[in-house]
Design a binder for this molecule. Structure first.
Ligand code: DGP
Length: 112
């Protein structure tokens, strides 16, 4: 989808500070970091929200979670938060599924 920012980052058309990429996923630093580590993990496949996943995406979601743990570790974080905002009311602003990997500072729960 050429009008999707994260599809353009995935294809390389838009720039990002990438920390990982493979056939199915890309991870890059958030432009507005909420902590010393703030990395977004996205599927190359355009999926608008977590609620749009289908059974066919089960393996993909497992892969994204594993990439998230890998990039957190590579960034020096043993403790981190993995978050997905689903829908505008939950704070989603980019409608291409992404996992936030946030770490390097104390994280309160619930997040507020
Ligand atoms: P969310 O609010 O959950 O949809 O998170 C979207 C995140 O995407 C937000 O933390 C800021 C980040 N973001 C938005 N535009 C860009 C961009 O052009 N580049 C990068 N690296 N991050 C972006």
């Amino acid at each position: 989808m050429s009008d999707c920012l994260f599809c353009r980052i995935s294809s390389g058309e838009a720039r990002a500070d990438r920390v990982h990429e493979d056939e199915h996923a890309v991870a890059f630093r958030d432009i507005n970091p909420a902590g010393p580590t703030h990395i977004l993990v996205i599927p190359r496949k355009h999926i608008a929200t977590l609620a749009d996943l289908t059974e066919d995406d089960d393996a993909l979601v497992g892969h994204l979670a594993r990439v998230a743990a890998k990039v957190a570790k590579a960034d020096g974080q043993s403790d981190f938060r993995l978050a997905v905002n689903c829908g505008a009311g939950a704070g989603q602003s980019v409608f291409h599924l992404h996992m936030h990997v946030i770490g390097g500072r104390a994280l309160k729960w619930p997040p507020g």
